[in-house]
Design a protein. Structure first.
Length: 127
């Protein structure tokens, strides 16, 4: 990730940053920049999937959706995901969503299997 230096440079390379067009002090709507189309496509697919899950990115998508519309909100969310990916890869860390309680989720998913194993090995007897 040292080739890019910052998350913003990675987002620009992927084509996620909006273009800036200003003439006579007036800002004209920025179009999508030309970046790596393969990376941009994957990021947009990830953003589309994230907009349908219960996570912090969905809340970001909802706030963007009000003012921009669906396509632009997906594209802006893809830009945010690219910046998150840069930070995670540069730190060597995992993504942990602030809205999800991973401890409770782990117990909820694994409790039935744990109970079957305890019964199988005789620690719990069914009445």
């Amino acid at each position: 990730m040292t080739a890019f230096g910052t998350a913003e440079k990675l987002a620009s390379w992927a084509g996620g940053c909006p273009g800036n067009h200003e003439s006579a002090g007036k800002r004209v709507a920025g179009k999508k920049r030309k970046g790596n189309p393969h990376v941009r496509r994957i990021l947009c697919e990830a953003a589309n999937a994230a907009s349908r899950t219960r996570c912090l990115l969905r809340e970001k998508f909802k706030s963007l959706l009000v003012g921009r519309g669906r396509k632009r909100a997906i594209f802006a969310l893809a830009d945010k995901i690219s910046k998150i990916v840069f930070v995670l890869l540069s730190r060597g860390d995992y993504y942990r969503d602030a809205t999800i309680d991973y401890e409770a989720l782990s117990v909820e998913r694994n409790a039935p299997r744990w109970m079957r194993m305890l019964e199988k090995y005789g620690y719990i007897t069914a009445v």
